[in-house]
Design a protein around this ligand. Structure first.
Ligand code: PLP
Length: 389
């Protein structure tokens, strides 16, 4: 096969998989790989989880789609479960992360409109990534995402990630026009950047004081990735709005925007919608994923193996001439290299049977399934140490 009929938006490695089970994938030649990418933080409960396979097969034979013209039992169940787990009140279901963020941005617009702000602004962060639609591109940072797509929808103001002083400065300058802040609790695409201790709490207080919505993009950090259901739970805060996708469907497309009741009520019948969003298959998969995480103790496992992975990487690589920093939370780990090295992901796969992602050219990002075992932590550490030597 050739890729001649595909638009060239990706540069895939010369690797293709035919089968997966748990933390492992097999290529067309039958070679086994340890998957420390998990489809970019998606297959959190592992590939081909038997309970998920059973749920998908059964639901496919029962009902795939009826549209939101009718009430959907699995959609209500998933909303209720996510509300219980997060402390937020209501959910709207989309088919992807970008769409979930669009839902959040529409809520921010309505919030501003209700407050009588003529052109409401949303504060976003340097190095942010929120998706590839026009609106979420505008909320994202960096020329690689935005180049050639000007003019993008406006009304975003950018501040330094984790910088309270910068936030105070733009508050003084634009204060009454700001309706919301949108940010990732840990920035994923830009290389696993963790906010300074206390920042999210201070930001929460700031939003409350000024009547802004605090909107967290937990598309990558949510669903157990950092060792809690949602990353904000490490900080003892509650956002007004949160978006989810990736791990919620374990590979079946789904996105969700959750909000406090008072914010959710900004939407009225007709103000938002989606044909596929919240269909019985995707929502049943979401419910099953949450059940698996709970019953297999995967939050605890992600926290535990994640700590272990960080500690072992630091033990082997601290002071290494190619390594500048090692950071992360749970099973979301970044190893920043001193300079870009070409073909790192390809070499890791070919020479060590390990799948890794490299972001911004020089940050190895590890996002293995939350089912990762201790001996697999060791396999990752050994492979990366050899790779960098
Ligand atoms: C992946 C990602 C998105 C975009 O999700 P899509 O499903 O690709 O639209 C948005 N925000 C963050 C933080 C992400 O990691």
């Amino acid at each position: 096969m050739t890729a001649a009929c595909l638009m060239s938006t990706y540069q895939p490695l010369a690797l293709s998989f035919t089968r997966g089970l748990g933390t492992r994938l097999w290529d067309q030649q039958g070679r086994e790989y340890l998957d420390a990418v998990a489809g970019v933080a998606v297959t959190n409960v592992g590939h081909s989880h038997p309970r998920l396979v059973a749920a998908i097969s059964e639901q496919a034979g029962l009902l795939l789609h009826t549209s939101n013209l009718y009430s959907i039992d699995w959609q209500q169940r998933l909303a209720q479960r996510l509300a219980q787990l997060s402390g937020l009140d209501r959910a709207f279901f989309n088919n992807s992360g970008a769409e979930a963020n669009e839902t959040a941005l529409k809520l921010a617009r309505l919030h501003g409109w209700k407050k009588g702000i003529e052109q409401p602004l949303v504060v976003v962060m340097e190095n942010a990534f929120h998706g590839r639609t026009l609106g979420t591109m505008a909320a994202s940072d960096g020329p690689s995402v935005r180049l050639g797509f000007q003019r993008l929808p406006g009304d975003f103001i950018k501040v330094g990630f984790g910088d309270m002083q910068a936030l105070e400065a733009i508050t003084a300058q634009f204060g009454t026009r700001i309706a919301a802040v949108l940010l990732e609790p840990i920035q994923g695409e830009s290389g696993v950047l963790v906010t300074p201790a206390g920042y999210l709490k201070a930001l929460r207080d700031h939003c409350t004081r000024h009547g802004w919505l605090m909107m967290l993009d937990e598309i990558q950090t949510g669903i157990g990735r950092t060792g809690a259901w949602f990353a904000f739970q490490h900080e003892g805060i509650l956002p007004d709005v949160m978006t989810l996708a990736k791990g919620l469907g374990n590979g079946v497309p789904i996105g969700a925007c959750l909000a406090r009741a008072a914010v959710a009520e900004l939407f009225t019948p007709g103000s938002h919608g989606s044909t596929f969003g919240g269909n019985p298959l995707a929502c049943r998969v979401g419910c099953t994923v949450l059940e698996i995480i709970e019953q297999q103790g995967l939050l605890q496992n992600a926290a535990h193996q994640g700590e272990h992975l960080l500690a072992r990487l630091r033990m082997e690589l601290d002071g290494h001439p190619h390594v500048r920093a090692i950071r992360g939370k749970g099973l979301m780990v970044g190893i920043e290299l001193a300079s870009p090295y070409r073909h790192l992901a390809q070499r890791a796969a070919q020479e060590h049977g390990l799948l890794i992602n490299v972001t911004r050219g020089k940050i190895i990002r590890l996002l293995p399934p939350l089912t990762l075992e201790r001996k697999e932590v060791e396999m990752i550490v050994r492979a990366i140490t050899r790779l960098l030597d």
